[in-house]
Design a protein around this ligand. Structure first.
Ligand code: MTE
Length: 299
């Protein structure tokens, strides 16, 4: 598989769309070259050896299915994922209720191996398959004046034990600033290891924003809204002192109840020890999005 090692993204990745598409086409043709050929060099944090599918699908946070790490794997088979439609509304040229296949038709699915850092200070490396969020937003047509993208997770009370127990204020909601959403690292994942994404990981489609804490990566999305006001987010609503809107991975800003300087890598072997947490989770190419902001205030 020609998985792309995005810890080595260069300026070329954020240059004009046409050039970017060309590059993607080239990458798409490099099956067999493999990730190592594209990696260029090891990251500061060691290589990006992905976690196993077993690890990725058995240690989860998906509070609609319970708060224990094994609860989503045990309960998410109840999630009904077909048919699936996504409401696109707000400041867009083409609002509507889109069948998932129609929304994604014609858009290319990419392979991305990303670090995934939960705010609880554990981490994995996950080989996603997904569509760049920017491609979806460009397809529906973002109107000038839109500044944020809001997302909402499905609520199926009869299938979701956590919703019945009201462990959070559901639906789970999240949001990004428009420039964050348009960044080529932001994807809507539909698969892991070339298999359709498992229910416990957010089937049939979930957000992945690798430089932010995992809770920004909202699962099982049924609504995308373009807006000019900062949208509410679930963990900020639940505890505004502990969880901000931005939630960029930042080893220098501790959670009020624990350090964020290091993380426990899920999985055995070499990676069993704690490892240093990297600024923006090791994706420094996003730093320019936050120029002029104090990231110890805008948490
Ligand atoms: N999305 C919804 N709808 N509900 C959730 O409880 N948990 C978040 C995020 N997305 C969550 C969610 C948190 S805290 C994390 S760390 C990641 O999903 C976990 O993703 P994973 O289980 O695929 O590793």
């Amino acid at each position: 598989m020609a998985y792309r090692w995005t810890n080595t993204l260069t300026k070329a990745d954020i240059t004009p769309k046409a050039a970017y598409f060309n590059r993607r086409q080239i990458l798409a043709g490099t099956v067999g070259l493999g990730a190592i050929g594209l990696a260029g060099g090891a990251s500061a944090q060691g290589d990006l050896e992905p976690n196993t599918l077993e690890e990725i699908t058995s240690y989860n946070n998906f509070y609609e299915f319970g708060t224990g790490k094994g609860d989503p794997a045990a309960n998410a088979h109840q999630l009904q994922t077909s048919p699936w439609s996504i409401k696109v509304d707000g400041m867009v040229d083409n609002p509507g209720d889109y069948a998932l296949d129609d929304l994604l038709a014609g858009l290319s699915v990419e392979d991305r191996i990303y670090r995934f850092r939960c705010v609880e200070a554990w981490s994995m490396v996950i080989p996603w398959n997904g569509i760049e969020l920017a491609d979806i937003l460009n397809k529906v047509g973002v109107q000038s004046g839109a500044k944020y993208v809001a997302f909402e997770t499905v609520v199926q009370p009869e299938n979701m034990i956590g919703v019945q127990r009201r462990v959070l204020d559901f639906p789970y909601v999240e949001g990004l600033r428009l420039d964050e959403a348009m960044h080529p690292l932001s994807i809507m994942a539909t698969g892991i290891y070339d298999e359709p994404i498992y229910n416990q990981n957010g089937a049939p489609i979930r957000l992945v924003v690798p430089w932010k804490y995992g809770f920004k990566s909202i699962k099982s999305i049924v609504r995308i809204t373009l807006t000019d006001v900062e949208p509410p987010t679930s963990w900020n609503k639940a505890n505004p002192r502990e969880y901000g809107f931005y939630s960029n991975v930042n080893p220098t800003v501790d959670h009020p109840r624990w350090s964020q300087a290091s993380e426990r890598r899920i999985g055995g072997g070499l990676f069993a020890q704690r490892q240093d947490t990297l600024m923006f989770n090791g994706y420094p190419e996003v730093a320019s999005l936050y120029e002029g902001q104090d990231l110890s205030v805008d948490i």
